[in-house]
Design a protein around this ligand. Structure first.
Ligand code: SAM
Length: 242
């Protein structure tokens, strides 16, 4: 998959692209990321990417010229439908809310082009001119589209074939398709067996895989349970069947 990111802050991505599954996906040549500095497509001495809104109001807007020019350079013409397998993504709080199903859809694409907004958002001509899929990472407002773009890249990279190493781990996670589960991942423990008076449940050390599986299923958080823990913040105790 190829991802092009259009941003006024390209350096934000430097470290991000060199860690974890994103790095791995790139090393495996499953993922190619190109970050384009929108200031690089400006033509004035100050490399201006923003301007005041017509009609007044607070803040500035991302100007159309740098974005149109960047898309010209990438071979996208305003009004044209992108090639099959290519998706233009406009990051904005008003977009469709990102979820695991969306990520799975994106992971099947050959190319994503992501536009990161800043300021009060975009000059409307940017939105009108291209067949964007508008995408939000949640009902809140951040200062820019760079973190949302990273969320999307991080979520997609781990779904690319072979990147996680064990395909089973994607299936068995929250939102995965683990038969018999109606919700989220089950709780996990690692070594040491005992830490500060807290022990790893006996059943997980029993070696009885049937019993472990049953116990885990029972212990996974149900999608119908309230999310974020109990209102008082106390930890949900699991039944510990011996
Ligand atoms: N004026 C806009 C509004 O009220 O909806 C907010 C603009 S925000 C300060 C600047 C940019 O951050 C947006 O253009 C978008 O690219 C990005 N952004 C902020 N929150 C986001 C979210 N929840 N999901 C995706 N992108 C977001």
């Amino acid at each position: 998959m190829r991802i092009d990111i259009l941003t006024i802050f390209p350096r934000i991505f430097d470290d991000f692209l060199c860690h974890g599954m994103v790095r791995r996906a790139r090393k495996m040549n499953r993922l190619e990321v190109h970050v384009m500095d929108l200031r690089g497509t400006t033509e004035d001495r100050h490399r201006t990417v923003d301007d005041r809104p017509y009609g007044g109001g607070p803040g500035m807007l991302l100007k159309p010229e740098p974005v149109f020019r960047a898309l010209d350079l990438l071979g996208f013409e305003a009004g044209d439908k992108p090639e099959e397998g290519t998706q233009l993504v406009l990051l904005c709080p008003q977009g469709q809310r990102l979820d695991q199903e969306c990520l799975e859809g994106f992971a099947t694409r050959e190319r994503l082009v992501m536009l990161c907004g800043r300021y009060e958002g975009y000059d409307e001509r940017i939105i009108e001119a291209y067949p964007w899929r508008r995408l939000s990472i949640g009902d809140y407002v951040l200062s820019g589209g760079e973190v949302p773009a990273m969320v999307l890249i991080e979520g997609v990279s781990r779904l690319l074939p072979g990147v996680l190493g064990d395909e089973e781990s994607v299936r068995r996670e929250s939102f995965g398709e683990w038969p018999g589960r109606d919700g989220f991942d089950h709780p996990h423990w690692t070594r040491p067996v005992e830490y500060r008076g807290r022990e790893v449940p006996e059943v997980l050390r029993s070696g009885d895989h049937g019993k472990i599986e049953k116990w885990r299923r029972k212990g996974s958080r149900s999608a119908s349970e309230p999310r974020g823990g109990s209102p008082g913040g106390e930890h949900r105790e699991l039944e510990r069947p011996g």
